[in-house]
Write a protein that binds this ligand. Structure first.
Ligand SMILES: [Fe+2]
Length: 164
Protein backbone atom coordinates (compact mmCIF):
# COMPACT_ATOMS: atom_id res chain seq x y z
CA UNK A 1 0.00 0.00 0.00
CA UNK A 2 1.45 3.39 -0.91
CA UNK A 3 1.32 5.66 2.07
CA UNK A 4 2.50 8.95 3.46
CA UNK A 5 5.22 8.44 6.02
CA UNK A 6 5.33 11.51 8.24
CA UNK A 7 8.74 12.56 9.53
CA UNK A 8 9.47 11.64 13.14
CA UNK A 9 12.53 11.46 15.35
CA UNK A 10 11.60 7.92 16.40
CA UNK A 11 14.57 5.53 16.06
CA UNK A 12 12.81 2.97 13.86
CA UNK A 13 13.84 2.67 10.20
CA UNK A 14 11.45 3.99 7.55
CA UNK A 15 11.01 0.61 5.88
CA UNK A 16 10.19 -1.01 9.24
CA UNK A 17 7.73 1.77 10.06
CA UNK A 18 6.05 1.36 6.67
CA UNK A 19 5.72 -2.40 7.10
CA UNK A 20 4.33 -2.05 10.62
CA UNK A 21 1.86 0.64 9.53
CA UNK A 22 0.50 -1.70 6.83
CA UNK A 23 0.30 -4.57 9.32
CA UNK A 24 -1.41 -2.42 11.95
CA UNK A 25 -3.90 -1.03 9.41
CA UNK A 26 -4.81 -4.55 8.32
CA UNK A 27 -5.60 -5.59 11.88
CA UNK A 28 -7.29 -2.22 12.51
CA UNK A 29 -9.76 -3.01 9.73
CA UNK A 30 -10.48 -6.35 11.38
CA UNK A 31 -10.85 -4.72 14.80
CA UNK A 32 -13.31 -2.08 13.56
CA UNK A 33 -15.35 -4.86 11.94
CA UNK A 34 -15.13 -6.95 15.13
CA UNK A 35 -16.40 -4.06 17.25
CA UNK A 36 -19.50 -3.70 15.09
CA UNK A 37 -20.06 -7.46 15.21
CA UNK A 38 -20.03 -7.40 19.02
CA UNK A 39 -22.73 -4.70 19.05
CA UNK A 40 -24.74 -6.69 16.49
CA UNK A 41 -24.69 -9.64 18.93
CA UNK A 42 -25.39 -7.38 21.93
CA UNK A 43 -28.51 -5.99 20.29
CA UNK A 44 -30.00 -9.13 18.79
CA UNK A 45 -29.32 -12.04 21.14
CA UNK A 46 -32.44 -13.58 22.72
CA UNK A 47 -33.27 -16.49 24.99
CA UNK A 48 -32.87 -17.59 28.62
CA UNK A 49 -29.27 -16.31 28.83
CA UNK A 50 -30.25 -12.96 27.34
CA UNK A 51 -29.03 -10.63 30.05
CA UNK A 52 -25.72 -12.43 30.62
CA UNK A 53 -24.88 -12.54 26.91
CA UNK A 54 -26.26 -9.04 26.21
CA UNK A 55 -23.94 -7.62 28.87
CA UNK A 56 -20.98 -9.84 27.99
CA UNK A 57 -21.11 -8.86 24.31
CA UNK A 58 -21.26 -5.17 25.27
CA UNK A 59 -18.23 -5.60 27.51
CA UNK A 60 -16.30 -7.24 24.69
CA UNK A 61 -17.32 -4.40 22.38
CA UNK A 62 -15.85 -1.92 24.83
CA UNK A 63 -12.62 -3.90 25.07
CA UNK A 64 -12.34 -4.12 21.29
CA UNK A 65 -12.91 -0.37 20.96
CA UNK A 66 -9.96 0.09 23.27
CA UNK A 67 -7.86 -2.10 20.98
CA UNK A 68 -9.05 -0.11 17.95
CA UNK A 69 -7.79 3.08 19.59
CA UNK A 70 -4.45 1.57 20.57
CA UNK A 71 -3.84 0.07 17.12
CA UNK A 72 -4.75 3.37 15.41
CA UNK A 73 -2.52 5.40 17.69
CA UNK A 74 0.44 3.05 17.22
CA UNK A 75 0.04 3.74 13.48
CA UNK A 76 0.17 7.49 14.03
CA UNK A 77 3.06 7.14 16.51
CA UNK A 78 5.00 5.48 13.67
CA UNK A 79 4.22 8.40 11.36
CA UNK A 80 1.45 6.63 9.46
CA UNK A 81 -2.19 7.38 8.76
CA UNK A 82 -4.75 5.31 10.63
CA UNK A 83 -7.33 3.96 8.17
CA UNK A 84 -10.14 3.33 10.61
CA UNK A 85 -13.44 4.19 8.95
CA UNK A 86 -16.29 1.72 8.66
CA UNK A 87 -15.96 1.87 4.85
CA UNK A 88 -12.29 0.89 5.01
CA UNK A 89 -13.09 -1.87 7.47
CA UNK A 90 -15.88 -3.17 5.23
CA UNK A 91 -13.52 -3.30 2.26
CA UNK A 92 -10.52 -4.69 4.10
CA UNK A 93 -11.67 -6.86 6.99
CA UNK A 94 -10.61 -10.49 6.84
CA UNK A 95 -13.28 -11.60 9.33
CA UNK A 96 -16.24 -13.68 8.20
CA UNK A 97 -19.44 -11.63 7.80
CA UNK A 98 -21.58 -11.75 10.94
CA UNK A 99 -24.80 -13.71 10.33
CA UNK A 100 -27.81 -11.38 10.49
CA UNK A 101 -30.60 -13.92 10.83
CA UNK A 102 -29.61 -15.64 14.04
CA UNK A 103 -31.41 -15.16 17.34
CA UNK A 104 -30.64 -17.74 20.03
CA UNK A 105 -27.93 -17.46 22.62
CA UNK A 106 -26.26 -20.60 21.27
CA UNK A 107 -26.16 -19.18 17.74
CA UNK A 108 -24.67 -15.89 18.91
CA UNK A 109 -22.17 -17.67 21.14
CA UNK A 110 -21.05 -19.65 18.11
CA UNK A 111 -20.89 -16.58 15.85
CA UNK A 112 -19.14 -14.36 18.40
CA UNK A 113 -16.62 -17.06 19.32
CA UNK A 114 -15.93 -17.57 15.61
CA UNK A 115 -15.34 -13.84 15.13
CA UNK A 116 -13.05 -13.61 18.16
CA UNK A 117 -11.09 -16.69 17.07
CA UNK A 118 -10.64 -15.36 13.53
CA UNK A 119 -9.50 -11.96 14.80
CA UNK A 120 -7.25 -13.62 17.38
CA UNK A 121 -5.56 -15.74 14.73
CA UNK A 122 -4.76 -12.65 12.68
CA UNK A 123 -3.37 -10.85 15.70
CA UNK A 124 -1.24 -13.86 16.66
CA UNK A 125 0.26 -13.89 13.17
CA UNK A 126 0.90 -10.16 13.53
CA UNK A 127 2.83 -10.79 16.78
CA UNK A 128 5.25 -12.95 14.84
CA UNK A 129 5.49 -10.49 11.95
CA UNK A 130 6.23 -7.54 14.23
CA UNK A 131 8.80 -9.61 16.12
CA UNK A 132 10.56 -10.58 12.91
CA UNK A 133 10.60 -6.93 11.85
CA UNK A 134 12.27 -5.98 15.13
CA UNK A 135 9.51 -3.63 16.34
CA UNK A 136 9.17 -4.84 19.94
CA UNK A 137 6.59 -2.20 20.86
CA UNK A 138 4.20 -3.10 18.04
CA UNK A 139 4.82 -6.76 18.91
CA UNK A 140 3.97 -6.00 22.56
CA UNK A 141 0.76 -4.21 21.55
CA UNK A 142 -0.33 -7.21 19.51
CA UNK A 143 0.51 -9.49 22.46
CA UNK A 144 -1.69 -7.37 24.73
CA UNK A 145 -4.56 -7.49 22.23
CA UNK A 146 -4.13 -11.21 21.68
CA UNK A 147 -4.18 -12.04 25.38
CA UNK A 148 -7.38 -10.04 25.89
CA UNK A 149 -9.08 -11.62 22.87
CA UNK A 150 -8.15 -15.11 24.10
CA UNK A 151 -9.67 -14.29 27.50
CA UNK A 152 -12.87 -12.99 25.94
CA UNK A 153 -13.05 -16.04 23.70
CA UNK A 154 -13.01 -18.17 26.85
CA UNK A 155 -15.74 -16.04 28.49
CA UNK A 156 -17.95 -16.64 25.44
CA UNK A 157 -17.07 -20.28 24.79
CA UNK A 158 -17.67 -21.24 28.44
CA UNK A 159 -21.38 -20.86 27.65
CA UNK A 160 -21.09 -23.79 25.23
CA UNK A 161 -18.60 -26.02 27.06
CA UNK A 162 -21.08 -27.67 29.48
CA UNK A 163 -24.83 -28.25 29.50
CA UNK A 164 -25.67 -26.36 32.68
FE1 LIG B 1 -26.63 -1.34 24.63
Amino acid sequence: MSQTLHPTKIDIADNTRAAMIDLLNARLADAVDLATQMKQAHWNVKGPSFIALHELFDGIHAAVQGHVDNLAERITALGGTARGTAAVAAAGSTLPAYPLEIHSGAEHVDAVSGALAAFGAGVRAAIAEAGEAGDADTEDLFVEVSRDIDKNLWLVEAHAQAES
